[in-house]
Write a protein that binds this ligand. Structure first.
Ligand code: SF4
Ligand code: SF4
Length: 169
C-alpha cells in the first residue's frame, strides 16, 4: 500500500457517490463496488505476486486460459493484474472464480480472519455490518475440511498485515 487511507478515501469518494451493497450469500461475498473498482483485479503497484487460492475441487486443466500461474495449479495476481479482469470487472462465471476471490476483501492469513483495508466496501460499510459479515463468513469457513483450509490460508508477514489489513476474528 503506497498511499495512506486518506488517499483511498478521497479516491473512492470521488468514484462512489452512494454506498453499495456488501452481502454474504451462498458462500461468497457479493460486492457491489467491484465492477467499478478493479483495484484488486487490475494492475498492481505491489510487484510481489499475490496467490489466488483455489479449493481442490476448483482445480482444472485449463487454469492457464484464465490466470497467470506461479506454478501448476497456482494462479496469482502480479503487476499486470489478473488475466480474467475486464473493463467491468471479473469475466469469469462464479463457478470458475477462486475461493480467494469469493472471499476478498476477507482474507485468511496466519490462522486468522482479516479485511483488506483499502477496499471501498471496507471503508464505506459500517463496522457493525462488517463484523456481522465476518462472523457469517467465519462460520462458513469453519465448515471447510482441514484439507480445504490448508489451501486458502495465506502466510503473510506481520508488517504487511499491520499496513494493509484489519483484524476481524
Ligand atoms: S478492492 Fe474491493 S471493491 Fe475493489 S475490486 Fe477488490 S474486492 Fe472489489
Ligand atoms: S478471477 Fe476474477 S475476481 Fe479473481 S482476481 Fe481475477 S478478475 Fe478478480
Amino acid at each position: 500500500m503506497r498511499q495512506d487511507l486518506q488517499y483511498y478515501l478521497r479516491l473512492w469518494r470521488a468514484r462512489f457517490s452512494r454506498r453499495r451493497k456488501l452481502l454474504w450469500r451462498d458462500g461468497r461475498l457479493q460486492n457491489g463496488y467491484c465492477r467499478d473498482c478493479l483495484y484488486c483485479c487490475g494492475p498492481q503497484d505491489n510487484p510481489k505476486p499475490f496467490p489466488l487460492a483455489l479449493l481442490p475441487h476448483q482445480m482444472r486443466p485449463d487454469l492457464a486460459d484464465d490466470f497467470f500461474l506461479l506454478a501448476e495449479g497456482m494462479p496469482y495476481i502480479g503487476a499486470e493484474g489478473c488475466k480474467s479482469c475486464g473493463s467491468r470487472g471479473c469475466r469469469l462465471p462464479l463457478e470458475k472464480r477462486p475461493v480467494a476471490c469469493d472471499l476478498f476483501p476477507l482474507v485468511l492469513a496466519n490462522g486468522l480472519l482479516y479485511m483488506y483495508k483499502t477496499c471501498p466496501a471496507v471503508l464505506f460499510t459500517p463496522l457493525a455490518e462488517l463484523v456481522d459479515i465476518g462472523n457469517t463468513a467465519a462460520g462458513w469457513i469453519a465448515g471447510l475440511s482441514h484439507a480445504d483450509l490448508r489451501h486458502i490460508f495465506l502466510d503473510l508477514p506481520a508488517q504487511a498485515l499491520a499496513e494493509r489489513y484489519i483484524f476481524l476474528a
